[in-house]
Design a binder for this molecule. Structure first.
Ligand code: Q9C
Ligand code: ZN
Length: 358
């Protein structure tokens, strides 16, 4: 299987996120992607290539150009206005109620103010190299798509930072540009067919859902921790099925606390059934491995074996598949879990021999 990877991801190297009023070590760190790269490289059946540049247009077909412009200059503007902190966090958030009844929001003249127009949480700091890494992740995703359109049955884009929490005009959840949504949008344009997205990250992909919620030509299917208890809290409910032309083209499958492999596969089959009944020949997978039982920030109970079976069942759809990396935070097993998933997709056997005993 062909893998697209860029060393550029390393320039997004946040040190902290905020939790319960304290700065804690960041979970979304460069070592995640290195763990995946090492595992796939050691397997021998994966070949690596660097992305080609795709420019800004595929991004602005999905995201507000003003958000792209903010991200592009934020670090430079931050430093040149005399700020000295090496991570940018929002100070306030422009919730609709802040200016309720008082007319439109005016863009603040400082990054410290303006970041609260675009970022929705306190877990997603921008650092000096964030923008370059986020742009490279988009190029990784689009290059994986190009290879699939060129005839590969399945390809893998080792995207970092991840993307599925980024909405049209909002970033957060460790995500800046929505790599999967950008690829899905291009697939609709380049194939002229509808496109399905399967999101198996532990967290609901609120950004991807938002971007396509009114669209009939993109099916979004997500398995995730129930938003009644899980981040991002405000989206991912089972009764969110799409709006307007998109009615019926959104399927949320919330999962219970401690969800087992068996329960998970039963939910997966419902999602795959919806995809099988939807048109088009291509599939985008948002592959999060934070469903793992040992993930430090999630609460399901999946084991490595199940990722092989999930990959197998996705392959049985028979679609051209672009797999893009999202979350997964138990770094010691992250690479092997991804490798296991992709081996299942590729019709190869389960191989647990390289799973570290930690
Ligand atoms: N106070 C992805 O897996 N959690 N994003 C913050 C800590 C943020 C996860 C809660 C989780 C974001 C791509
Ligand atoms: Zn996640």
């Amino acid at each position: 299987m062909r893998v697209v990877h860029s060393p550029r991801h390393r320039s997004h190297d946040p040190k902290h996120e905020l939790a319960d009023g304290e700065a804690i070590d960041a979970y979304e760190v460069p070592e995640r992607a290195e763990s995946i790269r090492r595992s796939l490289a050691a397997d021998g059946a994966f070949t690596f290539e660097e992305p080609t540049e795709h420019g800004a247009e595929p991004i602005t077909l999905v995201h507000d150009p003003a958000m792209l412009a903010f991200l592009e200059t934020a670090w430079h503007d931050w430093v040149s206005s005399g700020e000295t902190a090496d991570e940018i966090f929002p100070d306030t958030f422009v919730l609709p109620a802040l200016r309720e009844g008082m007319g439109p929001v005016r863009a603040p003249g400082t990054v410290r103010g303006a970041v609260g127009m675009w970022c929705f949480d306190t877990a997603t700091p921008m650092v000096e190299g964030t923008y370059a890494a986020a742009r490279a992740a988009v190029d990784v995703a689009l290059t994986a798509m190009d290879l699939a359109l060129g005839g590969e049955p399945s390809t893998y884009g080792l995207c970092r930072p991840p993307g599925h929490h980024a909405a049209r005009a909002m970033f957060g959840g460790y995500c800046f540009f929505n790599n999967a949504a950008i690829v899905a949008e291009q697939l609709t344009r380049q194939t002229g067919e509808p496109v399905a997205i399967l999101d198996v990250d532990y967290h609901h992909g609120n950004g991807t859902q938002q971007i396509f919620y009114g669209r009939a030509d993109v099916l979004y299917v997500s398995l995730h921790g129930d938003p009644d208890r899980a981040y991002p809290y405000f989206a991912g409910f089972a009764d969110e099925t799409g709006a307007d032309a998109g009615a019926g083209a959104n399927l949320n499958l919330p999962l219970p606390l401690g969800c087992s492999n068996e329960e998970y596969l039963a939910h997966l089959d419902r999602g795959l059934e919806a995809i099988a009944g939807f048109g088009g020949s291509t599939l985008v997978v948002s592959l999060g491995i934070d469903t793992y039982g040992r993930d430090p920030i999630c609460d399901l109970a999946l084991t490595t074996e199940v990722y092989h079976e999930v990959g197998r069942r996705v392959a049985a759809l028979g679609r051209t598949t672009v797999v893009l990396q999202e979350g997964g935070y138990f770094v010691p097993h992250l690479g092997e879990n991804v490798r296991t998933w992709l081996r299942g997709l590729d019709g190869r056997g389960l191989d647990l021999s390289a799973l570290p005993d930690v």
